[in-house]
Every structure is written in structure tokens, then in C-alpha cells.
Design a binder for this molecule. Structure first.
Ligand code: SF4
Length: 365
């Protein structure tokens, strides 16, 4: 499995091949990925045939297309049965890929579809990087109108808490930056707040972007939404965020999933603005995606607008993110929820769903 082997150790998979051939394979895997080994045109036929059945470490179980072809969601399945979700979003002049770092998640955030299923296992570095390579191969084969032909931003906001799978996520980041050639600033690691992991990340050589999934401005409410807050309360989290900012001169961002009658009131908006101002952080507000397994609900558009205005009125910078791919269950864990609650077809390969409505960022949840 080429992606499950470190790029520097590929020769172990290609015994007897000269160094330049190993370099060519590495180029195909990381710099110019293609969907099938048959497209690796400068390799001899026998080598292409030997790579073909083991090119990807997981198969595509479903591919859903929404937003007029501008959002693509994949449900991958590893040979041991783990489900992995990734969402590609094309915009004018940029493309963003949301990737998973774990199959399932142990954090059990109450509003998140993935959290309701519990933890399956950590993803290996190669399984994480393969999501980026596959999206690049897809863009090469199926360009998105107006969007660049490569993934421009990678966000760890799919299934899993990336800092709970630190070593594999670190190795994936290294390959994405040093082997694939992406900018560190184009990589965003989103966390509910594993503070030792934030401190480790701050010591790495890559100035990636850190996104804190805050969702509540006081410990009492946050413990109800993000159980992990009992272990790492808000003050600890903000202190770690400050240390991270100091280490690379990078501002963090605050993610806020907006839930009706839970965290969409004026008091939470004011407290959020105060935290953002103190941290010098930008706020991203994401109306909650529908999730039949969660007691929380999405607020109305009017209440959402009022919350955003209140945060801005108190001096913070904030962006309201639409939710991409609502029509294709693009938020993390939602394909699995649909399958579990409605018997949605997950077994048919490349199950394409046509675009319906406008929508936006899948984000976590
Ligand atoms: S929001 Fe993120 S950390 Fe929380 S349960 Fe979902 S995937 Fe895990």
C-alpha cells in the first residue's frame, strides 16, 4: 500500500526498481495524483499493473455531489471496515478539503453526528494523506468550474479529534507540507481543546492554523456540549491558544456551532466577543447542521443574523459560514447517521447524488 509507507521508504515496496523509478512513483503519489495506476504514463506496464490493485488504502464506498458540482463528499471504507469521510468544496479561486483524522470520535460532543457513534480507531498517516491525494486526483479528472485544479486548503474538521491522534496527524501534516508541497498556512487543525496537543503542535516547525471549537463561552454550558471540557476547561484552552499564537505568530480562529436556544443568545455573543478580542482571534459561526441523533436544533436565519451582529457589535471580527452540501449530508458523520436512521444506501460504489440546493461549508460537525 504505497500511501501507508513513508514516502522516503517507497523503495521497500518496489524491489529491484532503480531509484529514478521510485522517484517517479513518489511524484505520481504526492505531486500529481491520478485516480488509477494506469494513468501513470511514464511507468512500464508491468509496474503500473502491480501498483493498480494496491494504489489506494481504502475504497470509495459512496461519492455524493452537490451544489452544482461544487461540493463532493466521499465515504471511504478501509479494508478492516472503518468508515472515513472527506468533503471537497470548490469556490472561485480556491478549493478546500475537509478531512478525517479518526474513524469515529471519542469526544462525544452532543451536537455532532460523529460523536454519537463513538470511536472506531485512529487513522494512519497514510490514510489521512490519501484523502488529500484522492481529492487532487479527482480534481485533475473532474475539474470544478472556476475553482483551481488542486486542493488549496486542508482542514482537519472531518471525523475525529486530530490532537487525540497526534503522531499520525503530525506525520500527515509533514507529508502534506514537505512532500506534497502545500503551504503550512493552508493547513488548519481544528480541536475541541486537547491542551497538551496544542502545546506539541506549537513546537512543530510548521506554522499551521489552529481552530478552537469553542461553542460555548462558559464552562457550565461547554461541559454540556463538549464533555472534554471537564478535562480541559476554557481558561486552560485559551492559555494554550495564546502560547500557540506566540510560538508562530499565528492567530487562532474560534469555531462556534450555533444551536437554537442553547448558545445563540446575546449573553453568549457578548462573552464570545470578549474572548475573541482578548485572543485576537477571528470567529467563524456555523449554524448547526440537521442531525437526527442530537437534541439540539439549528436556529432560524433571523436569530443567526442577530447573534452574528451582536458578536460584531462587541468588537470582534466574525464570519457567518453557510453550510455546504446540506442536500448531500456533507457535515461530518452525516452519511453514517442517514444510513443508521433511514437505511440509506451506503453499499453501492460511487453512489452519485445530483446537486439540488445551494449550501456551503460542511465543517465539524
Ligand atoms: S465535534 Fe469533532 S471532536 Fe466533537 S465529537 Fe464531533 S468529530 Fe469529535
Amino acid at each position: 500500500m504505497p500511501y501507508l509507507t513513508a514516502p522516503e521508504a517507497l523503495e521497500s515496496l518496489l524491489p529491484g526498481e532503480p531509484r529514478y523509478r521510485v522517484d517517479q512513483v513518489r511524484e505520481w503519489l504526492y505531486r500529481h495524483p491520478v485516480l488509477t495506476a494506469g494513468e501513470m504514463t511514464n511507468l512500464p506496464r508491468e509496474l503500473r499493473e502491480s501498483l493498480a490493485p494496491r494504489l489506494w488504502p481504502m475504497r470509495v464506498e459512496a461519492e455524493h455531489v452537490g451544489d452544482g458540482g461544487k461540493t463532493v463528499k466521499w465515504l471511504f471504507r478501509t479494508p478492516d471496515g472503518a468508515a472515513v469521510e472527506a468533503v471537497l468544496m470548490g469556490y472561485p479561486r480556491r478549493t478546500t478539503l475537509c478531512i478525517s483524522s479518526q474513524a469515529g470520535c471519542a469526544m462525544r460532543c452532543t451536537f455532532c453526528a460523529t460523536g454519537q457513534f463513538g470511536f472506531e480507531r485512529h487513522l494512519q498517516a497514510g490514510e489521512i494523506v490519501a484523502q488529500v491525494a484522492y481529492a487532487n486526483a479527482h480534481l485533475r479528472a473532474h475539474p470544478m468550474e472556476g475553482a483551481p485544479p488542486r486542493v488549496g486548503n486542508v482542514v482537519f474538521m472531518g471525523m475525529g479529534e486530530p490532537l487525540a491522534n497526534y503522531d499520525n496527524v503530525r506525520e500527515a501534516i509533514r507529508r502534506i507540507i514537505e512532500v506534497m508541497g502545500m503551504s503550512a498556512r493552508a493547513v488548519t487543525v481544528s480541536t475541541v481543546g486537547i491542551t497538551p496537543g496544542i502545546d506539541r503542535l506549537a513546537r512543530e516547525p510548521w506554522p499551521v492554523t489552529l481552530a478552537l471549537s469553542l461553542h460555548a463561552a462558559d464552562d457550565h454550558l461547554r461541559e454540556q456540549l463538549v464533555p472534554q471540557n471537564r478535562r480541559y476547561p476554557i481558561d486552560d484552552l485559551l492559555a494554550a491558544a495564546r502560547r500557540f499564537g506566540d510560538s508562530h505568530g499565528r492567530r487562532v480562529s474560534l469555531e462556534w456551532t450555533l444551536m437554537a436556544d442553547v448558545n445563540d443568545g446575546a449573553d453568549q455573543a457578548r462573552a464570545l466577543a470578549a474572548i475573541a478580542l482578548e485572543l485576537g482571534a477571528h470567529v467563524n459561526i456555523i449554524p448547526m447542521n440537521p442531525n437526527p441523533l442530537s437534541p439540539q436544533r439549528r436556529p432560524t436565519a433571523e436569530r443567526t443574523r442577530r447573534f452574528v451582529d451582536e458578536v460584531i457589535r462587541h468588537g470582534a471580527t466574525a464570519t457567518l459560514r453557510d453550510t455546504r452540501g446540506t442536500d448531500i449530508d456533507a457535515a461530518c458523520g452525516q452519511l453514517r447517521v442517514r444510513a443508521a436512521t433511514e437505511g440509506a444506501p451506503m453499499g453501492s460504489p460511487r453512489n452519485k447524488v445530483p446537486a439540488q440546493d445551494r449550501a456551503e461549508s460542511p465543517s465539524n460537525p
